[in-house]
Write a protein that binds this ligand. Structure first.
Ligand SMILES: [Zn+2]
Length: 238
């Protein structure tokens, strides 16, 4: 299938459940359709509270019916001869493993934890203007850990250079800590697009997303990272 969808649709994320309906990953749209087409996964669709499972063909047929009644938060992909809706939730048919118990450290997870806010000047930036800063520089033995990495704008990162915050006289906005829940997931849940994920996600993660949304609604939208960075992100569904 050749995808010529709007980049916004291709940039969407899809929640992936294991065979036992436990959330295990978030993947991009291309990977999601790859899983569907290779019959490794099926769509789990919530239609006003009742769930239906579809293989690729079934989903394509349902999409044909739904195309005339697109909803505001839906995403659609145009293939050569048809349009198909981007599913929000997939279930892996042969995958039994459970999600990792800890949140995986990644560049975008740090950006999401810090809400796209430079931890030195306190301003918010889109992802492409952010960098990762080792609070204690690596050259001084600083480790790549949640507690030693923060989101920094390029300007602050350059200004700080290979120095510690004290040496550079730059104060951190927040003390960096290991997040209890996957910050990428917390960020996604603030977007009404992913409302259908909530039933698969633990209450604690939802509560954190709701708190974050209330604290700062604007930041969530500004740090949508590109889809590829979401692939295979593990989730903590505690
Ligand atoms: Zn800054």
């Amino acid at each position: 299938m050749t995808m010529a969808g709007r980049s916004e649709a291709l940039g969407a994320s899809v929640l992936v459940l294991n065979r036992h309906y436990v959330a295990v990953h978030v993947v991009g749209v291309r990977r999601a359709f790859g899983l569907l087409l290779s019959e490794l996964a099926e769509v789990v669709h919530d239609e006003n509270g009742s769930f239906a499972n579809y293989d690729f063909e079934g989903w394509r047929e349902i999409s044909e019916l739904r195309v005339l009644d697109k909803k505001p938060h839906d995403d659609w992909i145009k293939a050569v001869h048809f349009e198909i809706q981007v599913p929000r939730v997939l279930r892996l048919l042969f995958y039994d493993r459970m999600p990792r118990p800890t949140v995986r450290l990644s560049r975008h997870a740090v950006f999401a934890r810090d809400g796209g806010q430079c931890q030195y000047c306190g301003r918010r930036f889109p992802t492409n203007q952010l960098s990762l800063d080792h609070v204690i520089p690596r050259s001084r033995g600083g480790m790549s850990t949640w507690e030693n990495m923060v989101c920094a704008c390029v300007k602050c990162n350059v200004k700080k250079g290979g120095r510690t915050p004290r040496e550079a006289r730059m104060k951190l906005v927040n003390r960096p800590v290991r997040p209890r829940h996957n910050p990428l997931l917390v960020l996604k849940l603030q977007n009404p697009k992913y409302a259908s994920w909530r039933i698969w996600i633990g209450d604690a993660v939802q509560a954190e997303a709701d708190r974050a949304a209330q604290a700062d609604h604007a930041s969530a939208a500004s740090i949508e990272p590109p889809t590829s960075d979401y692939e295979e992100e593990s989730l903590k569904t505690a």
